[in-house]
Write a protein that binds this ligand. Structure first.
Ligand SMILES: Cc1cc2nc3c(=O)[nH]c(=O)nc-3n(C[C@H](O)[C@H](O)[C@H](O)COP(=O)(O)O)c2cc1C
Length: 161
């Protein structure tokens, strides 16, 4: 989904979408935070710092935020109330093979971001139900979703300006 969106935004010259997968982020441990934080965490914080806005895309796990995303947000949230997330514009996007599109993960993600003083931009929720039916030859091609997400990104760009 994000690869298709990235290509679309680049084509339109609207925005540059850099993808930051969370595979390398270890479990949070306050003993390893601060100057001694792991390189993957430093890279995450720097990527957030460098971005003008965030598009946080996630599945829903057991009716809520995935542990992987929550863990990454926990690292990103430090130092408390003065992290790279503070004041950063953000959009939340969820996708699922189910008809609910991961919507139940949206509120927990929003709440975690708000606790970090992140500026979650108000838009209609970006929810992608039956996500695996929307690929053609391995490429996400659902025009309605792509357009809907692009509109939300327009709203975020306006909020940043
Ligand atoms: C542990 C686990 C819990 C899941 N719980 C949900 C759920 O509550 N609702 C849902 O729509 N999909 C659920 N799924 C399916 C995920 O939406 C699906 O795995 C995801 O879209 C694919 O992304 P992934 O490969 O990153 O897991 C769950 C998957 C896993 C592995």
């Amino acid at each position: 989904v994000l690869e298709s969106l990235k290509a679309r935004l680049a084509e339109g010259g609207k925005a540059e979408l850099d993808l930051f997968p969370l595979h390398d982020i270890p479990l949070y441990n306050s003993d390893n935070d601060g100057d001694a934080s792991p390189n993957a965490v430093k890279a995450l914080r720097q990527a957030i710092e460098d971005a003008k806005g965030l598009l946080i895309c996630s599945p829903e796990y057991n009716h809520g935020i995935s542990g992987v995303l929550k863990n990454a947000l926990d690292w990103a949230s430090r130092p408390a109330f003065n992290s790279s997330l503070k004041g950063k514009a953000a959009l939340i996007m969820t996708a699922s093979p189910a008809a609910t599109g991961g919507v139940r993960a949206q509120y927990q993600t929003r709440e975690a971001l708000v606790s970090c003083l992140c500026n979650v931009v108000l838009t209609p929720e970006i929810v992608i139900p039956t996500v695996f039916d929307k690929f053609t030859d391995g490429v996400f091609t659902d025009e309605a979703t792509l357009k809907f997400t692009e509109d939300a990104i327009d709203t975020m760009i306006a909020a940043i300006k």
